[in-house]
Design a protein around this ligand. Sequence first.
Ligand code: FAD
Length: 501
Amino acid sequence: MDNRIRKIVIVGGGTAGWMAAAAFSKLLGKDFVETVLIESDQIATVGVGEATIPPIRHFNERLGLDEVDFVRQTQATFKLGIEFQDWGTIGHRFFHAFGDFGADIEAIGAHHYWRKLQEQGERFALEDLSMPTQAAYRNKFVPPNPDPRSVMHDYAYAFQFDAALYARYLRGYAQARGVTRIEGRIVDVQLRGTDGFIEAVVLEGGARVEGDLFIDCSGFRGLLIEGALETGYEDWSHWLPCDRAIAAGCGSGGDGLTPYTRTTARPAGWRWRIPLQHRTGNGYVHCSQFVSEDEAVADLLSSLDGPLIGQLQTIRFTPGRRLKAWSRNCVAMGLASGFIEPLESTSINLIQTAIGRLLDFFPNKDFDPVLIDEFNRLSQQEMEHVRDFIILHYKLTERTDSGLWDYCRAMAIPDELAHRLAVFQRTGRLVTHDDDGFAPPSWLAIFHGLKVVPDRYDPLVDRMSVEEIRAVLDARRAAILRAAEAMPGQQAFIDKFCRAE
Ligand code: FAD
């Protein structure tokens, strides 16, 4: 009996659908499996999703995309991290950079040595030891230097891009490699009588599309995974109370093409600012319990760099995850699989990892339940790590100016997060997990940025004298400063190498 998956049907043509189609077309190939994507022009994509994290570069590389062409086609800019304004306290800012606070010294994190110098009365900022932060604060960008001895070696970068253009770009890529696109609205999902697996989807007008494996990329509605299979949803609102976003594009201006995303905490949530080549993306993620829609719109409009472009878009969401990302012969990706607010630009990355995991666990037609359980266990763990990382930003606030911040300061947090926080607070050590979406330096950036001061530094730091430590860290700061000053501005870099036509 032929047990092989012969046909994959992807439902939805947003970022998730076209990323999946592009990956299958390249990594599985049309001779191994037929891939069909169904999307409806009548049902809009969310189309926000503008900021990413560094692993997106691996995804593009695996597809074989030319980076310069990709940057041009998607009106992208480069991103070295995220600036946080007014988070812990109003008026305070810090930076979550895609890189460490300098290389380890004798296998111990540089922040432990910095902590020791602080105790001795030194007063320079930990961020002075972060190359990407110093570059970002000067609006500078160049890719990292491959030479491990360079201070410019130790960072990564991502992109800020137009998600609709990215989906269009991948659509061309996937179709050129044999993916069939079907335009039409799905009005019915037919299940097999024997086991409840999905047999076919039915389009308006009656056309029926059968498949072996269905990928639900239909957005928040989860047409297959929830609408047909009733998989269930775990609601995380008690930890992440924001439930709405208003998004708006505007003309460029303000601080220009910053090589970072800015998030500014507000009394009822936070605003984002994401500069692209052709416009700046803005939004206000907020909790409807603490602000009316009119007030939220006014807040957002008051912050724009330039004239409004297009319409305001209001998006409602429930933070949480689908109880099973994979149910029977259906795998949900993107918004159909769950949603965590975009504070750390994680959603597109979760699509990427879901695609990778499906390829790792690619099934036969018997859909072995052990395989599915393992896929779901890993998906759950990954989402929970991201969730905890985001909760941390709220929990550590010292703001007392609104009901939202009062709630977040006092709320109970998941046990695993409480453990991470305690380990850092007591010892300055960072808990690590192989499947963490964010590496220890990212956790350090948030702990430090939100003013968690560890009780002590690593005792092995005392192997070096204060003078020796000062000499090493002073030399690093000076080298970083010189390198940051010498870099070109992001605008100049783009103009020279990858300006969109
Ligand atoms: P959608 O874009 O909603 O696409 C759904 C598709 O399904 C559409 O093509 C639609 O036509 C199709 N469809 C639905 N129903 C039917 C039907 N009955 N018949 C046929 N077709 C159908 N992510 C980031 O990584 N970075 C960010 O900065 C970021 N910012 C965000 C800001 C906000 C406010 C929100 C809400 C999300 C943000 N995201 C971000 C998440 C990101 O937008 C999504 O992960 C990404 O757009 C993927 O969406 P999707 O493809 O799952 O769904």
